[in-house]
Design a protein around this ligand. Structure first.
Ligand code: C2E
Ligand code: CA
Ligand code: CA
Length: 269
């Protein structure tokens, strides 16, 4: 019997539990707002997966995504996440009449699977969400693991009209030339740079990443914004979009809907 340890409380979880979790609808999504710092309004959300375990409560992605990747169950989880996120946003956009986007994380293993392009296309068609409203987040190291193949798959995803975001930018050790080879639409600056040890270090690093992204015509989302001072610094450096606890923690669909509706009401007032 295959089992793994949850980092939450060192409890042994059976792989069989994870298999059943998908059927039992225990794999859920929270959405964290991504905002335009200048306008102070929500432009989209990132979908973040959770496992509502019947005994252990809410498990974080670090508790189960690695084992899902090793066991191959990540395939089913990814399809579930894609279907749920696109359906939720087709609904949210209909209700709010706002051009929001939803950003979905995919695993490196998924990027090696040719069917992923078809799965994304199908998820969009099933709920009628426009491809331009979906973004796929990949990390630098994922692309670098197999640059030729990843580039090919990413191009096919992009051809569907879906945006591609480069997640956790700066944490990998990739060669810049590979990064330049693929035209990412958005670069997400990892929170470790926003939360850097010294103000000097932070400004130097952020300034160069933002200049690089802008020269490539890519938009930038800074992650891990927790304080108003982060907003001030980033705006000054020319970064337009941000995500972090300062603007909102990952929330349920109903709260995301309420947030967008409240924003619209405040703008009208
Ligand atoms: P990530 O893609 O870098 O996601 C951002 C993480 O930062 C999230 O953690 C989010 O809750 C957290 N975060 C957001 N704002 C702040 C902030 O202001 N301060 C701090 N300290 N943290 C903040 P979470 O939800 O635990 O997700 C962890 C990672 O799990 C994600 O990192 C992503 O790599 C992975 N993940 C999440 N959902 C999925 C999924 O559906 N599929 C796959 N394959 N991976 C996923
Ligand atoms: Ca992400
Ligand atoms: Ca990230």
């Amino acid at each position: 019997m295959i089992s793994f340890r949850s980092t939450k409380d060192d409890t042994v979880i059976l792989l069989e539990d994870l298999r059943k979790a998908i059927e039992r609808n225990e794999i859920t999504l929270l959405y964290q707002p991504i905002v335009s710092m200048q306008e102070r309004n929500t432009v989209g959300f990132e979908a973040l997966v959770r496992w509502q375990h019947p005994r252990l409560g809410t498990l974080m992605p670090t508790d189960f995504v690695p084992i899902a990747e090793r066991s191959g169950l990540i395939n089913q989880i990814s399809i579930h996440v894609l279907n749920k996120a696109t359906a939720d946003f087709a609904d949210l956009i209909r209700k709010t009449e706002r051009d929001l986007f939803v950003s979905v994380n995919i695993s490196s293993r998924e990027l090696l699977r040719h069917d992923i392009v078809q799965d994304i296309d199908l998820a969009l068609k099933n709920c009628g969400l426009d491809a331009s409203r979906l973004r796929i987040e990949v990390t630098e190291s994922m692309v670098m693991d197999n640059p030729e193949h990843s580039t090919q798959i990413l191009k096919r995803i992009k051809d569907l009209g879906v945006g591609i975001s480069l997640d956790d930018f700066g944490t990998g050790y990739s060669s810049l030339s590979y990064l330049l080879r693929f035209a990412f639409d958005t670069i997400k600056i990892d929170k470790s740079f926003v939360q850097a040890r010294s103000q000097h270090e932070r400004l130097v690093v952020l300034r160069s990443i933002i200049a690089l992204a802008h020269s490539l015509d890519q938009s930038i989302i800074a992650e891990g914004i927790e304080y108003e001072s982060d907003v001030t610094d980033l705006l000054q450096l020319g970064c337009e979009f941000a995500q972090g606890y300062f603007f909102g923690e990952p929330m349920k669909t109903s709260d995301a809907l309420k947030m967008v509706m409240d924003e619209a009401a405040a703008q009208k007032a």
